[in-house]
Design a protein around this ligand. Structure first.
Ligand code: NDP
Length: 399
């Protein structure tokens, strides 16, 4: 049915490529392109020989002209951006220049400020609309499935959703004192930034990790959860009608937080350049280089993730609560595709969002967040492609 150019060959891309190859009726041909060609070739070698034809290419996606040249050569229908958030705008520019749809999993971030906002990508709305192209923003798990869950709850279970609590729990244990479960630089920028939540039409900022609760998650048990800022709150605040409050919670162990605090206190998480032996380096990038590559954690990570949304609102004049979540087992992911659950829970929805566009199920041109589309075909594919969802009508609530 179609051709997809996948940019990036890291943890998430590896899962997405496996999943595209499990759906060759839609993904007839893919090209895996990244900065380091050998990583693309290694993925091709692992998966070649099936029905999906695989090519590889080297590209620096910071350079729009290079991406344009690659698109013109491979002629994809969609570009799936699984590089880093820094490359979102250059790749969107290349898609506009060549008339190709765009999908990503994380909002654009400038390298020099850890800001998580959609404003830069939303500024492309008119250009994509005029070109008759779709840019699907945030097709991972969070953002991604959390937006699809919200659209599904809105469509099938509520007249009005008043509150959403997104809870992202990772009860996986890799046995190492400190490691991040996706790209360390992006992960540490996210967790060391100020927290925030949405209430009554505005965002309220909080100090990092200053709000903590304990939540008893299905199949995982009670965990410490901390309030963070997370990008999907910005779009859900606009797209879920009548919404009054949105919070995002993530689990962290005490050991992770203690390590992070020490690293912060000594300046290792800073993104301000410093001079080291005569050249400028960014401490956080240096830290990334000494931390384990998240992909190498896959064989040793045991346990489960549970990510979902707790909804409170009104249906037929009555108060209603509803919880939608997915539980994913690290070792099951490793057996299936050689990755841990964090990459898996992002790579599967990245493939599904791309399939929605390739199959024409989602076809409204413009720059869209995922909750703007019909959630039903996406929810079906989650069940078919390894992320089955569960629901509860009497969830424990977070005060
Ligand atoms: P990795 O660091 O494992 O992989 C990133 C890949 O992008 C690498 O192959 C890297 O190449 C490549 N890359 C980086 N810069 C460039 C460039 N300028 N040109 C071409 N390729 C480049 O990251 P992950 O796979 O863990 O994460 C991928 C994306 O997924 C990130 O944007 C992350 O924020 C997002 N994410 C989203 C989640 C969600 O639920 N929505 C959850 C987890 C992650 P090289 O190997 O040379 O460094």
């Amino acid at each position: 049915m179609g051709k997809v150019l996948i940019i990036g060959a890291g943890g998430v891309a590896s899962v997405a490529v496996h999943k595209c190859c499990q759906y060759p009726e839609v993904f007839e041909e893919i090209c895996i392109a990244s900065r380091t060609l050998s990583k693309c070739d290694a993925l091709k070698q692992k998966l070649d020989g099936g029905k999906t034809k695989i090519q590889t290419a080297q590209v620096d996606a910071d350079n729009t002209d290079e991406v344009v040249a690659l698109i013109e050569k491979f002629k994809p229908d969609v570009v799936l951006n699984l590089a880093l958030p820094y490359q979102d705008l250059t790749i969107m520019d290349a898609c506009l220049a060549t008339g190709v749809h765009y999908v990503d999993t994380a909002n654009y971030e400038p390298k020099d400020v850890a800001k998580f906002e959609y404003k830069w990508q939303w500024a492309y709305r008119e250009r994509f609309e005029k070109a008759g192209l779709i840019a699907l923003l945030g097709s991972g798990f969070d953002p991604g499935v959390t937006g699809v869950f919200s659209a599904y709850a809105q469509k099938h279970h509520f007249d009005e959703i008043r509150q959403i609590d997104i809870v992202d729990a990772n009860a996986g244990d890799h046995g190492l004192p400190f490691a991040t479960n996706f790209n360390p630089e992006i992960n540490i920028r996210e967790v060391s930034a100020k927290g925030s939540y949405f209430e009554n039409g505005k965002f309220i900022e909080t100090d990092p990790m200053s709000i903590k609760r304990v939540y008893n998650l299905p199949e995982i048990g009670p965990k410490d959860i901390y309030l963070l800022h997370h990008e999907e709150m910005e779009s859900l605040a606009l797209n879920i009608k009548g919404i009054q409050k949105i919070r995002f919670w993530m689990t962290f162990s005490q050991s992770y937080l203690t390590h992070l605090k020490v690293l912060e206190d000594v300046g290792m998480t800073s993104i301000e350049p410093i001079l080291f032996e005569g050249r400028e380096i960014i401490p956080l990038q240096f830290l990334k280089a000494v931390l384990p590559d998240p992909a190498t954690l896959a064989p040793r990570t045991k346990g489960k993730t549970n990510i979902g949304c707790i909804f409170q609102g009104v249906k037929d004049g009555k108060e209603k609560t509803y919880y939608l979540y997915n539980v994913c087992d690290h070792q099951a992911c490793y057996r299936e595709v050689g990755s841990q659950a964090i990459s898996y829970t992002t790579g599967v929805p990245a493939m599904i969002g791309t399939a929605m566009i390739l199959t024409g199920k989602w076809n409204t041109p413009g720059v869209h967040n995922i909750e703007e589309f019909d959630p039903d075909p996406f929810m079906d594919m989650l069940n078919r492609f390894g992320l089955p969802w569960q629901e509860s009508f009497q969830p424990e609530l977070i005060d």
